[in-house]
Design a protein. Structure first.
Length: 398
């Protein structure tokens, strides 16, 4: 009887991480969709999605043109369509991530990473960084990684073919949707290092990546935008029953956003960068085979270095860290082969460290939020908990 009871306990214990992750993702989905409804007319959260080709070809205008086309042909409101797109993308991303987590057998360490300020709760802590076009990247990347895991043991030629055509379609398309997403495409290379560096696997990614690079150059230098096109887009949106304020963010900035770099960027975000990525490199050490640890660490360092141009051309440093960390975390989860087994002492230590790691710092989505967010401070009497966010949301909304 004791053996049966012990076996039942062990099986029940194994299910706890999956139930907790399911609760986290469910909570996140309902809160984030509420948030997107609340800020449905926000000039940055919604405005970037509504850039379109009404004034001529312009970077970031692909998906906005589809929304306007649907609006004009099916008599629906643009914001209703946009909210439906966002909800669908959130569902695709979260379901794919959960299935991947089930397949790879997550544990306590992965749960703490999922709850960290750079992960799913990033855009709940700082709502103005939420609901941007990286949703498309997260969804596409997680599906790609999941499908790669599901088909890995099959014929190599079949794998190479479907992956090549998948990337040949999605990478250029995402570049047309937002050229900044291009800087994160090297994360797709990581999924091809499961058996070490192999040239035939590299070719699967390099052609779609190079094509996306050409599109990036053309869009940025030839169709970067100007005030006349921004005004045309604004007139198009107001003609479709949207307020003038929708133009006061991404749409206007596409032609005249000025970046003033100063030391405050480094002072704020270098510690945040270290807090974010040191645990992820520890995760590599714990989760991947010993013979591949060096390869993965070097690969991720190189890939993170390729995102550096974004930090000089845009102020959303917190978002760039968030996007890189989510993709790195998902990558490691997808390629891991070791199930993380912790002793009782390690579990207790991880829980204590995880409590401080989850609740005692946050990431402002951009340098513009630093007047209200200061992560570097003594431990407060009442830690920041993600269950008390609606007050913050309504203050930002007002």
């Amino acid at each position: 009887m004791n053996k049966i009871t012990s076996a039942i306990f062990r099986e029940s214990y194994k299910k706890i991480p999956y139930l907790l992750l399911l609760a986290l993702l469910g909570f996140y989905f309902f809160e984030i969709t509420y948030l997107q409804s609340t800020f449905s007319k926000h000039p940055w959260i919604a405005g970037d999605w509504l850039i379109n080709y009404s004034g001529g070809l312009i970077r970031r205008g692909f998906i906005g043109s589809l929304i306007i086309w649907w609006t004009e042909n099916f008599n629906q409101q643009p914001l209703t369509i946009l909210l439906g797109i966002k909800k669908s993308l959130y569902l695709i991303w979260l379901i794919s991530f959960y299935v991947l987590a089930l397949r790879k057998k997550i544990g306590l360490f992965e749960l703490i990473l999922s709850l960290s300020p750079w992960a799913f709760l990033f855009d709940l802590h700082d709502p103005q960084g939420s609901g941007r076009k990286e949703l498309i990247l997260f969804s596409v990347f997680t599906i790609y990684l999941l499908l790669t895991n599901l088909t890995w043991k099959e014929d190599r030629k079949l794998i190479k073919n479907w992956q090549f055509y998948f990337l040949l379609i999605t990478l250029p398309l995402m570049t047309m949707i937002h050229e900044g997403l291009f800087f994160f495409f090297p994360f797709f290379f990581i999924t091809h290092l499961k058996n070490g560096f192999q040239k035939d696997q590299l070719r699967v990614v390099i052609i779609p990546y190079f094509l996306s690079f050409i599109i990036l150059l053309v869009l940025y230098f030839r169709y970067g935008g100007d005030p006349e096109i921004a005004n045309s887009i604004c007139k198009n949106l107001t003609a479709n029953n949207l307020p003038d304020s929708i133009c006061n963010g991404s749409i206007n900035s596409i032609s005249n956003l000025n970046i003033e770099f100063n030391f405050l960027y480094l002072k704020t975000y270098i510690p945040i960068f270290l807090l974010t990525f040191i645990p992820l490199f520890i995760y590599i050490k714990l989760a991947v085979p010993d013979n591949l640890i060096g390869l993965y660490c070097k690969s991720f360092i190189f890939i993170l270095s390729l995102t550096l141009p974004l930090y000089f051309i845009a102020i959303d440093w917190g978002r760039w860290i968030h996007i890189s960390a989510i993709l790195m975390f998902t990558s490691i989860l997808g390629i891991k082969s070791n199930i993380l087994r912790l002793s009782i002492r390690q579990i207790i230590g991880t829980l204590i460290a995880g409590y401080f790691y989850i609740f005692y710092w946050i990431i402002p989505h951009s340098i513009g939020g630093l007047n209200t967010v200061n992560w570097l401070k003594s431990i407060p009497d009442n830690p920041k908990v993600f269950f008390d966010l609606k007050k913050t949301w309504m203050q930002i909304k007002d």
